[in-house]
Design a protein around this ligand. Structure first.
Ligand SMILES: Nc1ncnc2c1ncn2[C@@H]1O[C@H](COP(=O)(O)OP(=O)(O)OP(=O)(O)O)[C@@H](O)[C@H]1O
Ligand SMILES: [Mg+2]
Length: 458
């Protein structure tokens, strides 16, 4: 009997080696190699080809038809926006998220809305039986004769069913449970995930069916399986939120048919996910007005401004090294801004613990929030309260200068709409901008100036 050949494959990047290794030379991660049996027949390679027999020829770009394909829209504008205006026919979209965050719920609701539009929808669950899916559907109030449920994990059977039913929308929940028989490794391994995705890609492209696949997320927060999965699909969306909050955020991280960084906000309710139309109001709802260490920032999330509270707590260190903790913002920004406050403003922060938090479980990752973080820290340290109707916008440089930010008018308008009285913004942003008259605008050049305006004193 021929000896079975095995190889070791890195589960992060797909690097292959005949011997086990502790550290992957490809992506430098530790303990990522898993033994897999090599597929015996060399013919399996051929079946993965996208379209056997067809050879493509170079064409003049001017001669190619570029009709914008009509997008399919759902009744959830938040969902449509994250996709760049709706579902593109023939696209393959990956939705990743922590366990239990609501991926199946979201896709079942989307499926039901499409089914109500007289589209045939096939929801394939590899994790739950058809009855379990039905139970969820009952809870969500999903009923439609055009929605089909299939509990199946074998990709060949799945593709046969797709062939037979010829649906206009397919959901695969989840890619980690689907397998191809020709590939010997276990479902969820790099080879399985890669091969199954490429087959689904072929089905989507050749039949023009949009396919949404659910992907699990590893402890580090990336989609389990190789990074190259993200390269293969047309769009990657992350569904995130804090377990203890009911808010869920759908974020685009890659999109071949629209801008990324769009964000859709939902609220998880007993009867399913509900859209949040005015996120700023919700994020500011529980704000404790008049408390030291709290400020409000107008941050851009994709093309939309949202107002979010930033809280800081500064307290003396009890033992040894001071702690610096940040939730919802890049934790490296906190020590950096504290160093700027120390050096440029003269606040003695080196023996203080600092905890900075974005309220409501949102994550903000743009530099325009710097000024609000810095003022929150100073406000908590000095125990001085800033006015609750101030909104702060600006990036802070290492010399303590407040730098220009993009889309200042949209941010300020959103603040004015919510009743804020003063916007403290970078002075540079005032050039060539006719400021609105429903809100007072104060331009500042340095952090020190901003502190003077908001907290008073020097
Ligand atoms: N009866 C219920 N009432 C209210 N909320 C519920 C109820 N049942 C489930 N949920 C919510 O739905 C969430 C589970 O959603 P769902 O199964 O869609 O998540 P998922 O991301 O698909 O999870 P998995 O990774 O396990 O597939 C729960 O975390 C809970 O918040
Ligand atoms: Mg699920």
């Amino acid at each position: 009997m021929a000896k079975r050949k095995t190889k070791y494959v890195c589960q992060e990047c797909g690097y292959e080696t005949p011997k086990w290794m502790g550290k992957c030379p490809g992506c430098h991660n530790w303990n990522t190699f898993v033994e897999e049996v090599e597929a015996s027949s060399s013919s399996s390679r051929h079946t993965f080809q996208t379209q056997p027999g067809t050879k493509s020829k170079p064409e003049k770009i001017t001669a190619i038809h570029s009709e914008e394909e009509p997008r399919v829209t759902t009744k959830m504008p938040e969902f449509n926006r994250v996709l760049g205006g709706g579902i593109v026919p023939g696209s393959l979209v990956l939705i990743g998220g922590d366990p239990g965050i609501g991926k199946s719920t979201l896709l079942l609701q989307v499926s039901s809305q499409l089914a109500r539009k007289q589209m045939n929808v096939l929801y394939i669950s590899g994790e739950e039986s058809a009855r379990q899916t039905k139970l969820r559907a009952d809870r969500l109030g999903v009923t439609s004769d055009n929605l089909y449920v299939l509990a199946e994990t074998n990709l060949l059977d799945i593709s046969n069913q797709i062939e037979q039913l010829n649906p206009s929308f397919v959901v695969i929940d989840s890619i980690q449970t689907i397998y191809r028989e020709e590939v010997t490794s276990a479902p969820g391994s790099v080879s399985q995930v890669r091969e199954c995705t490429s087959e689904l890609m072929r089905i989507a492209k050749s039949k023009g069916i949009p396919i949404f696949i659910v992907g699990h997320v590893t402890k580090e927060g990336s989609i389990a399986g190789p990074r190259l999965l993200e390269h293969m699909v047309d769009a990657v969306l992350y569904f995130e939120g804090e377990r203890h909050h009911t808010f869920r955020i759908l974020r685009g991280v890659k999109n071949r048919f629209g801008s990324t960084n769009e964000m859709g906000i939902f609220e998880m309710k007993e009867e399913g996910l509900r859209e949040v139309k005015n996120p700023s109001e919700i994020f500011l709802e529980e704000r404790s007005q008049g408390a030291a260490g709290s400020t409000v920032v107008a941050s851009m999330e994709g093309s939309r401004p949202v107002l979010v509270e930033i809280q800081a707590l500064i307290s003396p260190t009890s033992f040894g090294n001071p702690r610096r903790m940040a939730t919802g913002i890049d934790h490296n920004r906190v020590p950096l801004l504290m160093a700027v406050l120390e050096k440029r403003v003269g606040l003695m922060l080196q023996n203080q613990d600092a905890y900075v938090k974005v309220a409501g479980g949102v994550k903000l990752d743009e530099p325009a929030i710097d000024l609000a973080v810095a003022v929150s820290i100073a406000s908590s340290f000095r125990d001085q309260v800033s006015r609750p109707d101030d909104v702060l916008i600006g990036e802070v440089g290492l010399t303590g200068e407040v730098r220009r930010v993009a889309r200042i008018d949209q941010r300020v308008q959103e603040a004015a709409k919510l009743g804020f009285q003063r916007a403290i913004i970078p002075a540079k942003n005032l050039d060539g901008w006719s400021t609105p008259n429903n809100i007072e605008i104060i331009g500042v050049n340095t952090v020190q100036e901003a502190l003077k305006v908001t907290l008073g004193g020097n």
